[in-house]
Design a protein around this ligand. Structure first.
Ligand code: F6P
Length: 324
């Protein structure tokens, strides 16, 4: 392989820029050419490429978002779209593709490889941490820190006004952000899709903590949780079934995806970029790089997509004990 392309696809996450930088610089180190693809698979189809060298990625390790921009491409889901992308890559002399993104992006990469035999390698970039084969996806740690900072701020108001706050956090269908940030933010309850607490038990538990002397409470609600599906209805229900609390809702939204990546995410991104490029140069294809027990390892892309990440049950128990 003499030329590698790198793109970011799907929702942006902090650390994507650090990963782009790492891919580009690892290519430079091994004297391989590198091109950046703008707007994910959209740009791949249109041949929107830019030659990149070690200096093109200066000053971005600390920046959130992605300098290559990102998109969720409908056209790449069609054979015609992928055909065009393949032609654009061939025309540019590219022989390998590094995709930084989530499971949707990896599904596209895998199909592309199956159709054209084109070497692909994935770097997991999403705040949701919902990808099998890595203990941490890029951006997860930063998002957690952002959420905990927000919870700390909301707590000031909660305790000053004796309020109960429902705080909705992102995570799509999984509760990794909610569970970890909930423990770190000292939440009373954490509602996640993986565990069905039920409305009555929630109200019961909140009532108990109220009578045990707590004057304010924070409940973290994962956006994918079933009873919290509509957080405003949840608030109304609790309002009607509880005495003594002034109840408020705060939906954190996209602020969770932005900001400078944490030290952890910068180091992870740097390691992942090196591993992705060097694995490709060593002839590996169709893998995702991941962090497991402190080590970089490769997981076949199809496993990374299909495998389920599991909520750490120990964390659930810790959270229960902490809200005593
Ligand atoms: O996958 C990242 C994520 O931020 C999820 O947590 C969230 O459900 C979704 O993307 C939001 O997507 P969009 O930015 O398209 O609204």
């Amino acid at each position: 392989i003499k030329k590698i392309a790198v793109l970011t696809s799907g929702g942006d996450s902090p650390g994507m820029n650090a990963a782009i930088r790492s891919v580009v610089r690892t290519c430079a180190y091994h004297k391989i050419e590198c091109v950046g693809v703008y707007r994910g698979y959209e740009g791949l189809i249109e041949g929107d490429f830019k030659e990149m060298n070690a200096r093109s990625v200066r000053g971005i390790i600390n920046k959130g978002g992605t300098i290559l921009k990102s998109a969720r491409s409908k056209e790449f889901r069609t054979v015609e779209g992928r055909q065009k992308a393949h032609e654009a890559l061939k025309k540019a002399g590219v022989e390998g593709l590094v995709v930084i993104g989530g499971d949707g992006s990896f599904t596209g990469a895998l199909i592309f490889n199956q159709e054209f035999g084109f070497p692909v390698m994935g770097i997991p970039g999403t705040i949701d941490n919902d990808i099998f084969g890595t203990s941490h996806t890029l951006g997860f740690d930063t998002a957690l820190n952002t959420v905990v900072e927000a919870i700390d701020k909301i707590r000031d108001t909660a305790s000053s006004h004796n309020r109960l706050f429902f705080i909705e956090v992102m995570g799509r269908d999984v509760g990794h952000i909610a569970l970890n940030a909930g423990i770190a933010g000292g939440a009373e309850e954490i509602l996640i899709p993986e565990e069905d607490l039920g409305l009555d038990r929630l109200v019961d538990s909140l009532n108990k903590s109220r009578t045990s002397g707590k004057s304010s409470s924070i409940v973290i609600v994962a956006e994918g949780d079933k009873i919290g599906k509509n957080i405003f209805e949840l608030k109304d229900y609790v309002d009607q079934n509880m005495e003594g609390y002034d109840v408020r809702v705060s939906v954190l939204g996209h602020m969770q995806r932005g900001g400078a990546p944490s030290c952890f995410d910068r180091v992870l991104a740097s390691r992942m970029g090196v591993k992705a490029v060097e694995s490709m140069l060593g002839g590996e294809t169709n893998f995702m790089v991941g962090l497991m027990n402190g080590k970089m390892l490769l997981t076949p892309l199809d496993k990374a997509i299909k495998g389920k990440t599991k909520i750490n049950l120990e964390l659930l128990r810790v959270s229960d004990i902490m809200s005593t």
